[in-house]
Design a binder for this molecule. Structure first.
Ligand SMILES: *[C@@H]1O[C@H](CO)[C@@H](O)[C@H](O)[C@H]1NC(C)=O
Ligand SMILES: *[C@@H]1O[C@H](CO)[C@@H](O)[C@H](O)[C@H]1NC(C)=O
Ligand SMILES: *[C@@H]1O[C@H](CO)[C@@H](O)[C@H](O)[C@H]1NC(C)=O
Ligand SMILES: *[C@@H]1O[C@H](CO)[C@@H](O)[C@H](O)[C@H]1NC(C)=O
Ligand SMILES: *[C@@H]1O[C@H](CO)[C@@H](O)[C@H](O)[C@H]1NC(C)=O
Ligand SMILES: [Fe+2]
Length: 471
């Protein structure tokens, strides 16, 4: 496993007239980077910001976003909002260089949250697309149609290169906008975004003002209308406020973000799986019941043995709350879920687990902590090559700011940690190699602040292919 760090020792540079001091310190564990930064909390962008602009025209579709719509990547769910009247829930779509326009009809819904009433929210599933094809699509009617495009992934298979982006805890501040811009301009070019929860932070407003869900939808459209964002829910999606009559958890999230959960035989949109290119992605819900006999537990128990690593060598889990985090904020919050599921992650050789929640970046060594049985006292993480790498990427840039306080000394399981805003990329080259990189917002678009080559533990390098045994 190769680790490449772009800096060690001390490096000082000037950013917007602000002197930023980078210090990298090697502790008992891995590497802690600390730097003196502007500690002002980033504010949400004002309502009249360019990123929140309502598209022109009567009843113009807004907040357009897409996600995968089936289990293998031949389907897309297109979602959008019309503000004035329901209009049409039909999506017209056509492959590049073809004449044939097809259409699919979706559904429209509205919901209320306290004294807020949503616009008309449309969700339309398109199925049976060709793999690896650029499609244009159009929503809206009459004078106010809007046109976008996306590219379907290649057919599922072990050697299909594919690049995922990773963003968590994004919110809608100026820092959020920087994170999204860095993701868009990153030359690694993420093709699909894995979102690790905590989307709009609308719940920071009185009565969880759901207008901030709408502004967030308009903010992310510039990316999410053109490439699928794969959703997982965080604590800021719960929107549980029984004092004002809002006692149904995840109400705004579930109305706004449809996911293809039935395609993986899940009974809830909060946990599901998809295959995409050479990856199998399992989405879990940190804030739904996960104990024994619960629906999520039963689903995951059946799901993991189904993953065919001959077909999809890369097994990725995304969820909101990390199992391993050495920051003080949210310390051990993921512990009870870790106790339930870590053993499975090791048994099924999950390659990498991405989480958010902690507003910072951290990457673990391959470690596990599954030997403890109440009486034996064996409760320290140990090096384990069957274990996933755990990556916390909750550094999207929301209004709560960064967390900087870390447990000291840095534990051995922690390979690298830094409190800076940024995003990640997971660049699958083939069945044996994938490059994870973390990109901090203060750097140029091409800089990898931390990166790691992941070697697939099921598929040996090509030279040894003859002795490959598939699970
Ligand atoms: C957000 O970022 C985009 C792209 O860099 C830029 O055009 C826009 O002006 C920014 N908006 C705000 C409010 O910072
Ligand atoms: C179409 O929308 C444009 C932009 O809002 C507007 O200027 C124009 O008058 C509209 N035309 C019709 C026929 O509604
Ligand atoms: C909702 O209620 C709050 C608190 O009373 C008030 O400030 C806000 O203006 C109301 N919004 C609407 C749309 O009525
Ligand atoms: C796993 O996938 C490979 C490649 O697609 C296929 O040949 C094989 O039959 C699958 N195995 C199972 C058990 O489905
Ligand atoms: C897989 O990708 C890695 C990194 O790009 C490369 O070194 C290796 O040769 C590739 N293996 C095959 C079989 O193409
Ligand atoms: Fe969170």
């Amino acid at each position: 496993m190769g680790v490449r760090l772009e800096f060690d020792g001390i490096l000082v540079f000037s950013l917007l007239g602000l002197n930023v001091l980078w210090l990298a310190e090697v502790c008992e564990g891995g590497l802690t980077s600390s730097y003196v930064r502007n500690d002002q909390l980033s504010r949400d962008m004002p309502l009249d910001s360019d990123v929140f602009r309502v598209p022109p025209g009567y009843n113009a579709p807004q907040q357009v976003h897409i996600t995968q719509g089936d289990h293998v990547g031949k389907g897309v769910i297109v979602s959008w909002v019309t503000p004035d009247e329901p209009g049409s829930s039909t999506v017209h779509y056509w492959a590049e260089n073809t004449e044939l326009k097809r259409s699919a009809k979706g559904i429209v819904l509205t919901y209320k949250y306290f004294n807020y009433t949503s616009g008309y929210i449309h969700h339309c599933s398109i199925f049976d697309l060709e793999f690896d094809t650029k499609y244009f699509y159009e929503v809206g009617i009459g004078n106010t149609t809007r046109k976008f495009w996306f590219r379907t992934p290649p057919s599922v298979g072990p050697d299909v290169p594919y690049t995922f982006g990773l963003i968590g805890d994004l919110g809608q501040t100026h820092d959020s906008n920087r994170t999204l811009t860095h993701y868009e301009l990153n030359p690694v070019k993420g093709q699909t975004l894995l979102f690790v929860g905590d989307l709009s932070y609308a719940d920071a407003y009185p009565f969880h003002d759901n207008n901030r869900w709408d502004t967030w939808g308009r903010f992310i459209e510039r990316s999410a209308a053109y490439q699928p964002w794969i959703w997982s829910a965080g604590n800021h999606e719960i929107d549980f406020l029984p004092d004002i009559g809002e006692g149904k958890p995840f109400k705004p999230y579930r109305n706004r973000f449809y996911v293809p959960y039935r395609a993986s035989r899940s009974t809830s949109p909060l946990w599901y799986s998809i295959k995409r290119a050479s990856a199998y992605i399992i989405v879990l819900s940190s804030y739904s019941a996960y104990g024994k006999y619960t629906p999520q537990y039963k689903w995951l128990e059946k799901e993991l043995p189904k993953v065919n690593r001959t077909e999809t060598p890369w097994l990725i889990v995304i969820m909101h709350c990390p199992f391993y985090s050495s920051y003080i904020h949210h310390y051990m919050e993921g512990e009870s879920m870790r106790v339930m599921y870590e053993e499975w992650f090791v048994e099924y050789k999950v390659d990498v687990v991405f989480a958010g929640h902690v507003h910072a970046y951290e990457r673990s060594e391959r470690i596990s902590n599954i030997a403890y049985n109440i009486v034996n006292g064996i409760c320290t993480p140990v090096s384990d090559q069957s274990a996933p790498v755990y990556i916390t990427i909750g550094d999207g840039g929301n209004l709560e700011g960064l967390v900087t306080d870390m447990t000291e000394p840095q534990p051995r399981y922690s390979a690298y940690r830094e409190a800076s805003f940024g995003h990640g990329t997971f660049d699958i080259k083939n069945r044996s190699h994938a490059l994870f990189s973390w990109h901090r917002n203060q750097d140029g678009y091409a800089v990898e602040a931390d990166s790691l080559w992941l070697h697939n533990r099921i598929w040996k390098p090509a030279s040894e292919e003859s002795i490959i045994a598939a699970v």
